[in-house]
Design a protein around this ligand. Structure first.
Ligand code: SF4
Length: 309
């Protein structure tokens, strides 16, 4: 197993998403190119060969984005970096030169699309025209890489949860995307707000409608921060299998440059309600974000515990 490194290159972003959990991030606004190179070298010296996830903020808006790609390519050719995952809102990848610099360097693109039209998506991102730019990137990218390398990430929030199926339909049928992340927000930063983060009970029917759509299209979505009780019984086996086999361990760094083990942090970051004690999935379930329980202390915000196999 190669060490998975989560490299957050900064917190500056060209979107102002309503659900942004990094809104109060105190880390460097942007790591300089030199710091990014140093961090990569440190990780490579420590672990020899790494898998790399690039996150932000928004990395593709940087002026030195192409140089970052070139440096990663250099290490890939040396065999120091095996796989590269890019988390992006995709807007600036609509610039052909930037997109081209990722080809053969990035193995997996995780692109945020929060609605099936500009009304919803732009309202969520807070930037008019962001939908068109992101869609343009999808359209260019599907012609340059294998469809299995492109995934849509839709962060579920109060503005879009009723349109999940429309969003996935649009991404699959209009843009040709076949990979999907079904992501519940981490209620931190701007997302710590009942006007932004819905309850699990609210989203349950829409999540299951989305699952019905995915299964009908032979699509295998990846759930994030969605406990088993949110899914109808017919989808639980699939979700359990994904949860059992998925590797979520990654290493990053804090604002002082110290190493962070995300698997360890994840255990401390989750809570359960009293009613979870009666749930058949309790032993395996990692629970829900601490901040969610803080935001919604009433147990009704979680669907009923699982009492039948
Ligand atoms: S343990 Fe709690 S959060 Fe987890 S599936 Fe059961 S009821 Fe849901």
């Amino acid at each position: 197993m190669y060490k998975l490194i989560d490299l957050k290159v900064g917190s500056t972003c060209n979107n102002k998403c309503v659900h942004c959990c990094a809104a109060n991030d105190v880390r460097d606004k942007n790591l300089s190119l030199k710091k990014i190179k140093n961090k990569l070298n440190e990780f490579i010296n420590l672990y020899k060969t790494i898998d790399l996830t690039l996150t932000g903020g928004e990395i593709s808006m940087r002026r030195d984005f192409i140089e970052i790609m070139q440096y990663i390519e250099f290490h890939k050719k040396l065999g120091n970096i095996r796989e590269v995952h890019l988390q992006t809102n995709g807007r600036k990848l609509s610039d052909t030169n930037k997109l081209e610099s990722t080809i053969g360097v990035v193995d997996y693109y995780l692109i945020a699309l929060h609605g099936h039209n500009s009304d919803i998506h732009d309202k969520i991102t807070g930037v008019q025209g962001s939908f068109d730019e992101t869609v343009s990137t999808f359209k260019q990218l599907v012609n340059r890489v294998n469809a299995a390398q492109i995934a849509v990430q839709t962060v579920i929030n109060k503005l879009n949860y009723k349109y999940l199926v429309d969003t996935y339909k649009f991404a699959h049928e209009e843009l040709g995307v076949t990979e999907f992340n079904l992501t519940f927000p981490h209620p931190m930063g701007d997302a710590f707000d009942k006007a932004i983060t819905p309850t699990y009970t609210d989203v349950k029917p829409y999540i299951n409608a989305a699952m019905y759509y995915f299964i009908s299209k032979d699509i295998k979505p990846l759930p994030e921060a969605l406990p088993l009780c949110v899914f109808d019984s017919e989808y639980r086996k699939y979700i359990s299998n994904i949860n059992d086999t998925r590797f979520i361990g990654a290493v990053g760094y804090d604002q002082d440059g110290n190493l962070l083990d995300y698997l360890e942090l994840s255990k401390e970051a989750h809570s359960k309600y009293e009613k979870c004690k009666s749930c058949l999935a309790n032993d395996k379930c990692e629970g829900i974000w601490n901040e969610y329980v803080e935001l919604y202390p009433n147990e009704c915000s979680l669907p009923k515990p699982i009492v039948h196999g």
